[in-house]
Ligand binder design. Structure first.
Ligand code: NAP
Length: 280
């Protein structure tokens, strides 16, 4: 058996097409959608990610401003910058890029992003609203998990989904979005006992661990749907997921590729959130 490939590229292209039209309409009406990305790191993969967001924004007609505060930046400087951007009328979306300088906590700083501009759902208020079923921007990666499943017509109602990872930006919001779709969700983490026994009981497995190829075939129910959120850089400048794709493809029913799965949909959704924020 070889798993069906759940590509994210087509869906991402469709979303980018819609965003391009919406951005053009906004510009025609006098508003240029603008996204600000605040960075305070010299991490190479973060720089790669920020430049890919910037290029993608450019292509759809969103102005992307990268505010690089430097890796040794003071926490209060980051807080002040987020406050300034939140107050700036011409800025519609704000992303605070990780990693952050030592001692800085994403949730704490992101609380300073105006929720109406919080296009990557990093402000704890956004997560609270999401959990409560109120309108909010979901973290784009978490939303991408559900969007890919929808795009490939995978029904979630009543199915058992195991989410491996409980970060505030991926695991937790993904679990709540799946719960909102009436899946039965188990959230697993580093202290989970006998992880493989739990994931092997799941119809859908979402891997958001940050450990290259950690999820091997023994973690997967034969025929299950496997969603790989992992983006781990390799020594040769490539990317591998949290799932051992070769082994799992022989056992799962369907699997998202890395690259080309969750990643492109995440970027496209960030752009969608930005035009939505600009339209408000
Ligand atoms: P994170 O903050 O490091 O969280 C990792 C989670 O995995 C934690 O909850 C941790 O548990 C859990 N974990 C670690 N080792 C484990 C183990 N051996 N068994 C079970 N659980 C374990 O990472 P993140 O920000 O959520 O990101 C997760 C992955 O998604 C990374 O590969 C990241 O690069 C990728 N990512 C991709 C995109 C995209 O656009 N595709 C965007 C963002 C992130 P504890 O809570 O107990 O520590």
């Amino acid at each position: 058996m070889s798993a069906r490939v759940l590509s994210g590229r087509e869906l991402a292209a469709t979303i980018r097409g819609q965003v391009t039209e919406q951005a053009a309409a906004l510009r025609a009406a006098g508003t240029t959608p603008r996204l600000a990305v605040v960075t305070a790191t010299d991490d190479g993969s973060s720089a790669w990610y920020v430049s890919s967001i910037s290029r993608a924004a450019d292509k759809v007609g969103i102005t992307c401003e990268v505010v690089d505060l430097g890796a040794d930046s003071d926490i209060e400087v980051i807080r002040t910058e987020l406050g300034k951007l939140s107050a700036q009328e011409t800025v519609h979306g704000i992303i605070l890029q990780t990693p952050l300088p030592p001692g800085a906590k994403l949730e704490d700083l992101a609380a300073g992003i105006d929720p109406v501009k919080d296009v990557d759902g990093a402000n704890p208020l956004s997560l609270g609203r999401l959990v409560s079923g109120l309108p909010a921007y979901a973290p784009a990666t978490a939303e991408a998990v559900v969007a890919i499943l929808d795009h490939h017509d995978i029904d979630l109602e009543g199915r058992h989904v195991a989410v491996v990872g409980r970060s505030n930006v991926v695991g937790k919001p993904a679990a709540h979005l799946l719960l909102n779709r009436n899946a039965t969700v188990t959230i697993c983490h580093s202290r989970t006992r006998d992880l493989a026994a739990i994931t092997r009981a799941a119809d859908v497995l979402v891997a958001a661990v940050g450990k290259p190829r950690m999820i091997t075939a023994e973690y997967v129910l034969p025929g299950a749907i496997a969603i790989d959120v992992g983006t781990n850089p390799t020594a040769d400048s490539g990317l591998v997921g949290d799932i051992d794709a070769t082994a799992v493809a022989a056992r799962a029913g369907a699997l998202t590729p890395v690259p080309g799965g969750v990643g492109p949909v995440t970027t496209a959704l960030l752009l969608r959130h930005t035009v939505q924020a600009a339209a408000q």
